[in-house]
Design a protein around this ligand. Structure first.
Ligand code: ATP
Length: 333
């Protein structure tokens, strides 16, 4: 449905020439899938969306939507011919138009009756059936987001692009809204490519996530694979909690480092791993044990209540014994 193959995208550099900000980036998304580009500010996420939407040309590589080439070196179909809808970070709703008129905006060219029917369908889809007459300032941030989504979906684009869909919303409501938005998108059948810098949003929303760094995708995978089988050190450090520690500190027969997640070690009097207790603290929802491994690496271990109770009162500096759970951690040379 969406195939991006080795695209290079850049902007004019201040001193002349081009500053490449997306370099050799590829991804594929099946029909109805939700893909997400995840990365720090400035890594090139929005630029990828702009290239797919038709606002930036590609210097190399190609973009196909529904099997049709929309961009390549020397080829750039205009945005309106790409069957791509975009929801912008600030929603870009027209303040002087009510919700229904905002949604109808992308339906120019259709008959009045068709527009009315489609607007009603979209309002119902986003759960705002009764609010078509409300102006943007009369709606909450979450409701404005849904109107913007309805507007982007109304023309029936093959592909929907969402740029930081939660950036204007309270952190408290983001998690709930992410789950809700995912349901809405799945119900609409749309294929979606979104971008965010927030890992929990990416995990809550997407079927596939591309971890980006400096214009490249380092791994394109489902959330669980990114967490359990990161492809390289950057992804290992970027996704989830954990530390890279020398394999030798855990007595493992391999060289290099391994990725130790907070649940990878458990206290066990017979365990093969020795470590020094640095701190034991309640952080909510549970206790976190700080340890210094052989060789000095500091790690954190999440404890269940029984293990925390068994260690309560031990002084910092005490030597503990632990064992690895869930097999051997992922390693990096
Ligand atoms: N119109 C432009 N002209 C020149 N440089 C630009 C332009 N837009 C973005 N850039 C630069 O390209 C790089 C990538 O920007 P982009 O907006 O794609 O990153 P991003 O990952 O989406 O970041 P953010 O989350 O901050 O939006 C940045 O260094 C940015 O300064």
């Amino acid at each position: 449905m969406l195939d991006i193959a080795g695209i290079r995208v850049g902007y004019p550099a201040p001193g002349g020439g081009t500053r490449v900000v997306v370099d050799g980036l590829s991804l594929s998304l099946g029909a109805g899938g939700i893909g997400c580009l995840l990365g720090a500010s400035g890594c090139g996420k929005t630029t990828v969306l702009r290239a797919v939407a038709g606002f930036e040309p590609v210097l190399e590589g190609s973009i196909d939507v529904q099997g049709r080439r929309v961009a390549a070196s020397g080829l750039s179909l205009p945005p309106e011919q790409r069957s791509v809808g975009m929801m912008f970070q600030d929603y870009a709703l027209f303040p002087h138009m009510d919700a229904a008129a905002n949604i109808a905006f992308g339906l120019r060219g259709r008959t009045r009756a068709e527009q009315r029917a489609r607007v009603a369908e979209m309002l119902a889809l986003v759960g705002l059936g009764e609010r078509g007459g409300a102006y943007p300032h009369e709606l909450s941030g979450g409701q404005q987001q849904r109107v913007a989504l309805a507007r982007a979906l109304a023309p029936g684009p093959a592909l929907l692009l969402l740029d930081e869909p939660f950036s204007n919303l309270d952190t408290d409501t983001r998690q709930t809204l992410a789950a809700e938005l995912r349901q809405l998108l799945k119900a609409s059948g749309a294929t979606v490519l979104m971008v965010t810098h927030d890992q929990s949003e990416a995990f809550a929303m997407a079927d596939r996530i591309g971890v980006m760094d400096r214009g490249r995708i380092l791994q394109w995978d489902c959330a669980e694979a990114l967490y359990r089988r990161p492809a390289d050190r950057f992804v290992a450090g970027f996704i989830g909690r954990g530390s890279l520690v020398p394999a030798s500190a855990l007595g493992l027969a391999r060289s290099g480092d391994v990725l130790l997640r907070p649940h990878a070690l458990r206290p066990d009097a017979q365990g093969p791993v020795a470590a020094e207790l640095v701190a034991l603290a309640f952080r909510g929802p549970g206790h976190v044990l700080g340890l210094r491994l052989d060789g000095g690496a500091l790690v954190e271990v999440d404890l269940d209540d029984a293990d925390a109770a068994s260690l309560a009162g031990l002084a910092p500096g005490t030597t503990l014994r632990l064992r690895l759970v869930d097999g051997t951690p992922v390693g990096f040379d």
